[in-house]
Design a protein around this ligand. Structure first.
Ligand code: SF4
Length: 337
């Protein structure tokens, strides 16, 4: 196999445990997906993951709590108030969220994520989260996926028993969303100054994003000390403004996952791909999500009946990719114990 010397040099440096630079990551993101360089990149990312994590695969399980119009109206999200796609308000009550968390735990989920829209009342969220914390194993990490917040809420998350937070600076934040850049950054700062662990993701990737923009988010996650890095492609939802721009292929997704894996090096404890993708699981990813309840990428109010995968389906996909699904709680999130 003949490899472009520039790509080969970056790959060799990554395999030697050296940190790659943003220009080198852009070189990786410019590789033709139908080339020998693409296979070399995927094999390198896979090698780094196998070296660090063996063949351990992980399933994180996310429960969406509410399905209603969100005033932030992100151009890719089904909840966006301006798109009129969420006609009825649906909200899972505390008992329902607890029941779903227990189902996830019994099925073998390695962490539980609780997600709300940006305007969901924090007090109600903390009440529900407390019930979940009391009901699941004290060793099973709880991770928050919520709107922007500050140091006070970070403390409350820790008091409630959360170990981590999923928070990202989305691609074209403030242009494709109605959220100020400063608010996203302030939240990331609040997380990094707390004992909460950060789960980060380059998202939502569309065909219009050049390598520079993706690489910026790969490094932002690394700079904020993400313990779990990931990539997610945008799902085109009819009725949202960005649906017409289309989506990237699984190959393009795998390239982003592999490049992110090389950027992250040994700073992470798991590498994710969202939504689950077998190809990306052969390109350095070893962690995927099961989902239930409302989902910003789904038009049905319970994604279990739509795009969302079960824990069992995720474990099966990990097996198909050559991983053994972890039994019991993950050790990725260690904050606040
Ligand atoms: S992505 Fe989040 S902030 Fe944006 S519209 Fe959807 S729920 Fe609201």
């Amino acid at each position: 196999m003949r490899i472009n010397p520039e790509v080969e040099c970056v790959i060799d440096r990554a395999l030697a445990g050296e940190e790659i630079t943003p220009p080198e990551a852009r070189t990786l993101m410019s590789v033709d997906v139908n080339s020998d360089e693409m296979y070399a990149l995927m094999a390198t990312a896979d090698e780094l993951t196998k070296r660090q994590f063996g063949n351990r695969g992980e399933v994180f399980a996310q429960i969406g709590i509410n399905f209603w119009p969100c005033p932030k109206s992100c151009g890719f999200c089904v909840f966006g108030e301006n798109w009129g796609l969420t006609k009825e308000r649906v909200e899972l009550d505390s008992e329902e969220v607890v029941a779903r968390a227990k189902v996830f735990e019994e099925a073998g989920a390695n962490a539980i994520f609780l997600m709300i829209t940006a305007d969901y009342p924090f007090d109600r969220y903390f009440e529900i989260a407390e019930s979940v914390r009391d009901a699941i194993s004290p060793d099973l990490p709880l991770v928050a996926n919520i709107g922007d917040f500050g140091p006070h809420e970070a403390d409350r998350l820790l008091e409630t028993g959360f170990q981590g937070v999923y928070h990202v600076f989305r691609l074209r934040e403030e242009r494709d969303t109605e959220i100020a850049i400063e608010a996203r950054v302030a939240t990331l700062e609040a997380v990094s100054e707390s004992n909460l662990d950060l789960s980060y993701c380059v998202e939502p990737i569309g065909p219009e994003h050049p390598p520079e923009e993706l690489v910026e988010e790969m490094f932002r996650g690394k700079e904020y000390g993400a313990v779990n890095h990931a990539c997610m492609r945008r799902t085109p939802i009819e009725g949202t403004p960005l649906a017409a721009v289309g989506e990237i292929s699984e190959w393009e997704m795998a390239r982003a996952v592999a490049a992110t894996r090389l950027v992250a090096g040994d700073t992470i404890r798991a590498m994710g791909v969202h939504e689950p993708s077998l190809l990306s699981l052969r390109a350095g990813a070893n962690q995927i999500y099961a989902e239930t309840g409302p989902n910003p990428r789904d038009t049905v109010d319970d994604t279990e009946t739509g795009r969302g995968r079960s824990v069992q389906q995720c474990r099966r996909m990990l097996w198909e990719a050559g991983y053994t699904a972890l039994e019991g709680p993950t050790s990725v999130f260690r904050g606040g114990w």
